[in-house]
Design a protein around this ligand. Structure first.
Ligand SMILES: [Zn+2]
Length: 378
């Protein structure tokens, strides 16, 4: 859970509807998104579930290229070519720094946040009007420094700043989820937007689904692996369980912060190679790291075992985090099982042992190699 961040995009007074009186005084509502106020209680509920929360703020100078007021011949929502040479939309003046319109909504209950929160400001120079919270803010590096892997995004507006924040989050390599009832959109027709989210593997969930969605990665991986192995008694009953039991036995060899991912990786280790799921299937149903483990343990095609288990396969496995640990758990499980169920396969593993060790040996897992040797010998 401490790998997760909630990103609250631009929940500022200029982006929510305010009374006519306030609007006329310039106290918000300049670029109001219909339904913008209604997301505040949803966000408040979510705040209590995250140890790290990021708020982004549009924080503009009074003169801004993206404001229609800077172009005497144009009006709001006309298009123009911006300083980056890209066609963009001209907006009414909004979120001018130090004004009420640029303030975060006072309904936001900061006291709900268990851990830390930070505010990232964007669009602070005249000739650059980014939509996404990662654009020019250093947010990506900030989250990586804190070992964040998963971003959950809410805020305003779904079809502009939330959309770009989500796409940038994917680009920055975070598992990215948008919580739809924590957002409101400017456009009424969102079909094109949903298509873009789909193409970029960004799930849209509802806030009531969040606990299930953030379910402990081990539980999630186990359920997923079992569901995908249903027709295969050997795997569901024995192989995955024994592989994972070995991982638990030797888990002290893995740095603490990686242990859950490794055990989850054990549950899912053969989903690409044996069940023929794709990398994205595994990623979307578990996490990127689990999918990387399953991918690292996916063998190339070859005519025989020896060809498939080539040096490249093992070198790539050794290169990815603790994938060789999972492979060793898999081998321990297979050796153990075959020893008591199939002399022929047990002999095969025994015969392969020297070659297998030569290709995969990694000093970190010495204890496990001893265990495998004992299995082979006794
Ligand atoms: Zn803006």
């Amino acid at each position: 859970m401490n790998k997760d961040v909630l990103i609250v995009v631009d929940v500022q007074y200029d982006f929510v509807p305010v009374s006519d009186e306030y609007f006329e005084k310039g106290l918000g509502g300049a670029l109001a998104v219909s339904g913008g106020n209604e997301i505040v209680p949803v966000i408040n509920e979510l705040l209590s579930k995250f140890e790290l929360v990021i708020f982004t703020k549009d924080w503009h100078p009074i003169e801004m290229e993206a404001f229609a007021s800077s172009h005497p011949d144009k009006k709001p929502f006309d298009s123009y070519i911006n300083s980056q040479g890209v066609e963009d939309i001209l907006w009414p003046d909004h979120c001018i720094r130090e004004t009420i319109g640029a303030e975060l909504h006072h309904g936001i209950q900061f006291e709900n946040i268990k851990g830390d929160f930070y505010i990232f400001k964007k669009g602070m120079t005249k000739d650059f009007h980014p939509y996404g919270g990662f654009n020019g803010t250093g947010l990506g590096d900030f989250l990586r420094e804190r070992k964040i892997e998963n971003t959950y995004i809410v805020g305003l507006a779904l079809d502009y700043c939330v959309k770009d924040t989500a796409l940038e989050s994917v680009e920055e390599d975070f598992n990215t989820v948008v919580i739809e009832d924590g957002t409101a959109a400017i456009s009424e027709d969102l079909n094109e937007l949903y298509k873009i989210f789909k193409e970029n593997n960004i799930p849209l969930i509802e806030s009531f689904e969040i606990d299930e969605y953030r379910m402990n990665i081990i539980k999630k991986a186990k359920i997923y692996a079992h569901n995908k192995h249903t027709s295969d008694d050997y795997h569901t009953r024995y192989h995955l369980q024994i592989t994972t039991d070995y991982a638990i036995k030797f888990i002290h060899l893995i740095p603490e912060e990686d242990r859950d991912d490794v055990i989850a990786g054990c549950w899912c280790h053969d989903l690409i190679e044996d069940v023929k799921l794709t990398y994205n299937d595994v990623k979307n149903n578990t996490s990127k790291i689990v999918a990387e483990y399953a991918y690292a343990l996916t063998n190339e095609k070859g005519r025989n075992r020896k060809e498939r288990g080539n040096a490249k396969y093992y070198n790539e496995m050794k290169a990815y985090r603790h994938a060789s640990f999972i492979k060793l758990c898999d081998r321990l499980a297979n050796t153990n099982y075959s020893k008591f169920h199939s002399d022929k396969i047990f002999e095969m593993y025994k015969n392969e042992y020297i070659d297998f060790k030569m290709k995969l040996f990694d000093g970190r897992w010495k204890e496990m190699w001893v265990e495998l040797e004992n299995l082979n010998n006794n």
